[in-house]
Design a protein around this ligand. Structure first.
Ligand SMILES: Cc1cc2nc3c(=O)[nH]c(=O)nc-3n(C[C@H](O)[C@H](O)[C@H](O)COP(=O)(O)OP(=O)(O)OC[C@H]3O[C@@H](n4cnc5c(N)ncnc54)[C@H](O)[C@@H]3O)c2cc1C
Length: 303
């Protein structure tokens, strides 16, 4: 995994991160100057970066499909296309209501993250849905793909509104970025992301884009994920702020421990403070957008 820097200020940020993480025993991060980075990612856009040798990348859809299969093989049942509209968590046996019916359970875990919407009013002000977009090129061929990312690592830059990318197994460039606070989809994802892709890799100018999509993650004000309980038997976990592929699994395990009777780690996370976004539900997206302009300006001028 590579963190790519555009400016000297970004490099300073990475140095500080490396020092901080070292303090907590994470000694897996190497700083890279321009030449060292260039050997791993062939882009002139960056002045250096940091390599995380403990990181990696994976196919998230295959992970979800594998986990669904494992869940079903253990006797679980997945009901798709039946959104929960309301949760009555005050009863001893919490009840979830869908349009067609209701289900009571000994225990409910709410993990709808950015898509839970208004179904659970108690959780609405804790996180804000934010959309981010992705495009995928046509297969580039082994030679070009390997020339662009010789290390085959995944890359994110360290700007406030960042780009993130990697190669797929069939040598497409999967390129993400863009942020819409509030979680709406931009009208034209390709038009939004293509200039970013071409800036990082000018050799991909005009490349055919085969797929484009937008999805929502749940942002918390502090960027710390949250877990807790809104009723004696109703737990929740959410707010991984764009880093939930590993985070949600750690939280899943911690919730399972709590449900099994060992609350030690759950209690630690539950106690962490959280803050609503300034501006409340009506204006939080606008406030965050204005804030992001300031940080993007700082990124652009190298402060
Ligand atoms: C484009 C994009 C790129 C990303 N890239 C990365 C990355 O590189 N690394 C990383 O770590 N993270 C990344 N993330 C973030 C990551 O996807 C999330 O943090 C992670 O998916 C959170 O997992 P989750 O299970 O909490 O929520 P989700 O994966 O969002 O799952 C929530 C589920 O709950 C269901 N649901 C919601 N409400 C209801 C309801 N009322 N009734 C019934 N079902 C409901 C939804 O349909 C969904 O299936 C990215 C996100 C996006 C959108």
């Amino acid at each position: 995994n590579i963190y790519a820097a555009y400016t000297g200020a970004h490099m300073k940020e990475l140095e500080a991160k490396q020092a901080l993480w070292r303090k907590y025993g994470m000694d897996d991060h190497l700083l890279l100057d321009r030449e060292a980075l260039r050997k791993l990612v062939d882009s002139e856009a960056y002045c250096g970066g940091m390599l995380d040798i403990s990181g990696g990348h994976m196919h998230p859809l295959n992970l979800v499909l594998g986990e669904a299969r494992a869940f079903e093989s253990l006797g679980g049942t997945i009901y798709e296309m039946s959104p929960v509209a309301r949760v009555d968590h005050k009863r001893a046996r919490p009840t979830v209501h869908t349009r067609e019916g209701e289900v009571s359970a000994r225990l409910v875990v709410l993990c709808g993250n950015a898509y839970l919407g208004e179904a659970v009013p108690e959780l609405v002000s804790r996180v804000m849905p934010v959309s981010t977009q992705m495009i995928t090129t046509a297969p580039l061929g082994e030679e070009l793909a390997d020339a662009l990312i010789p290390s085959d690592m995944c890359v994110e830059d360290v700007r406030y509104i960042l780009d993130y990318f990697r190669l797929s197994a069939d040598k497409r460039m999967i390129f993400g970025g863009g942020t819409v606070y509030g979680g709406t989809d931009p009208a034209d994802v390709v038009a939004k992301l293509r200039p970013n892709l071409e800036k990082v890799f000018p050799r991909l100018k005009g490349v055919k884009i085969d797929y484009a999509w937008s999805g929502n993650f749940a942002l918390s004000f502090t960027r710390m994920p949250q877990m807790g309980r809104i009723g004696a038997n109703t737990y929740f976990a959410h707010g991984y702020s764009g880093h939930g592929v590993t985070g949600s699994h750690l939280f899943g395990r911690t919730l399972a421990e709590a449900i099994d009777g060992d609350q030690t780690r759950f209690d630690m996370f539950e106690k962490l403070p959280w803050y609503p976004f300034p501006g409340g539900r009506l204006f939080r997206a606008q406030y965050s957008t204005i804030g992001s302009w300031w940080y993007s300006f700082k990124d652009a001028v190298g402060w």
